[in-house]
Design a protein around this ligand. Structure first.
Ligand code: NAD
Length: 317
């Protein structure tokens, strides 16, 4: 297959490039480098089956004949979507419609990278795909949450009205090598602070929970869904739930750091609990995450150590 992957220079997208190429396909990566980095793809510069287009997917473009579209382009971390609020709304709306149009034109399959943020600050726990969510449409996170909810609606509409063969993956918190070190997400914050010997910043009382999926598990689940025929959303994430304080302890253990913990006020609309119900992915795809948090942190340590040491940190801030 010739696969168009939008957002391929980002954290998840670059791992997906590797996995799709490893499956024997060709990859055309379209990315405007808004939040992604060309370093994530440097190892593919001599790969003849890989093509990079520096392209904003909010503008129409012609990647040639394609068989599958994986639409991953979007700022994803809170730091990024707060900084690029309008761009986030645009890529979720216009960008998604453009990619769906390409899929329609080429009679290609389409997979949307959606998010657990569609559930907002959930009133149902753990979150099943059937839950419609509890989202503040006008709060600071709404640029991301509502853009993704629009993208899901657009994907379903292209299926209903234009018979595009679509899939929607609701991705939960994922971490691992190539995660941006300054993206403000829990794991990158804690790893950076622990490796620099700074106090780990915990927002609120630290008893709010999160689940964390190691990147190789997440990519395996996404690819399994891409091969399946299910068109309704499927959660892919790790259901093991940790409080933020437990996560801090594991980061200290994996890095051997003696950092302390510093408490700061909880940001607005920060969800108290977030955990996927993956019953559907288990039954439908036979998929299940394998890497526990401590192992995943150990597998990421070398990357974070290099990233912290690198002067790139200053450039990224
Ligand atoms: N990482 C996670 O834990 C997570 C969780 C839920 C959903 N997701 C989704 O997965 C996808 C990838 O997330 P990520 O963590 O790799 O983020 P990332 O910021 O590392 O990657 C996103 C990529 O999209 C590119 N991009 C943004 N706007 C674009 C545009 N208009 N045109 C072309 N390229 C554009 C960026 O330059 C970047 O390379 C996103 O759609 C995100 O919403 C990620």
């Amino acid at each position: 297959m010739r696969v168009l992957l939008t957002g391929g220079a980002g954290f998840l997208g670059s791992h997906l490039c590797d996995a799709i190429l490893a499956d024997g396909h060709l990859v055309v990566c379209a990315d405007n480098l808004l939040t992604g980095r060309s370093e994530n793809l440097v190892h593919l510069s001599h790969e003849p089956r890989f093509e990079f287009l520096q392209q904003d997917v909010c503008h129409t473009f012609d990647p040639g004949k394609i068989d599958y579209v994986f639409h991953f382009a979007s700022p994803a971390s809170p730091v990024d979507y707060h900084e690029h609020g309008i761009e986030t709304l645009q890529v979720g709306s216009t960008g998604t419609i453009n990619c769906l149009e390409l899929a329609k034109k080429c009679n290609a399959k389409f997979l949307l990278a959606s998010t657990s943020e569609c559930y907002g600050d959930p009133l149902e726990h753990p979150q099943k795909e059937s839950y419609w969510g509890h989202v503040n449409p006008i709060g600071p996170r709404s640029v991301y949450d509502e853009a993704k909810r629009f993208a899901e609606a657009a994907t379903m509409a292209y299926r209903r009205y234009h018979h595009v063969d679509t899939r929607i993956v609701r991705i939960f918190n994922t971490y691992g090598p190539r995660l941006q070190i300054n993206d403000g997400r829990v794991i990158s914050n804690f790893m950076k602070q622990a490796l620099l010997g700074e106090p780990l910043t915990v927002y609120g009382d630290g008893l709010q929970t999160r689940s964390f999926c190691f990147v190789s598990d997440e990519i395996e689940g996404i690819l399994a869904l891409s091969r399946a025929t299910e068109h309704l959303p499927v959660n892919i994430g790790n259901p093991h739930e940790f409080t933020i304080l437990e996560c801090a302890r594991l980061v200290l253990q994996s890095t051997g750091s003696r950092s302390t913990v510093r408490f700061e006020p909880l940001p607005q609309d920060d969800p108290r609990q977030r955990r996927p119900d993956i019953t559907k992915a288990r039954a439908l795809l036979g998929w299940e995450p394998k890497i526990d948090l401590l192992t995943g942190l150990q597998l990421s340590l070398e990357y974070f150590r290099a990233a912290v040491q690198s002067r790139d940190i200053e450039a990224q801030t």
